[in-house]
Design a protein around this ligand. Sequence first.
Ligand code: GRF
Length: 188
Amino acid sequence: MTHKVKAAVFASGSGSNFQAIMEADTACEIVLLVCDKAGAAVVEKAATHQVPVLTFNPKDYSSKAEYEQMLQQKLTEAGVEWIFLAGYMRLIGPVLLQTFPERIINIHPSLLPAFPGKDAIGQALAAGARQTGVTVHYIDEGIDTGPVIAQATLDVSPADNEATLKQKIQRLEHQLYPQVINQLILEK
Ligand code: GRF
């Protein structure tokens, strides 16, 4: 068997992108799911795929630096080289950014720099955008401000609402994210 690069996924929610990564034939092995919400659906998805889960409650720590030091230790012990954020609802701080330079990536449901932050799909609809899409980008200190790696575009139809647009966006995310992950790992 060929050696696979070890990676972790960070997620806080339903985990459909986590699942897409698990089901794709990528050049990495997901050795840890990190989740900051104990009851999140992604935790059950990890169990189904036999991926070890690390859940933590940020409120149990005095600062971001403190819980990121805990995460850093666990990630290092697990041999993690890449971190893929998939609906992780927290900003990454200096501890993890310095440990994994250009090795933390994120997927966002808009064509950045348009519609950063929360509810990007609702923002696109409210703005009457004729096109939107998804962006895979490196993480930096800001909110969805890191360098763009790849984007995919889709048309917004006048009949679209939050639910239909979300469905279209997620279909695109599930194709693009595993593809870009693979490409990045093979390039480095
Ligand atoms: C995705 O739309 C992703 O772009 C955003 O958060 C959402 C996570 O969805 N960052 P899921 O938990 O992967 O289903």
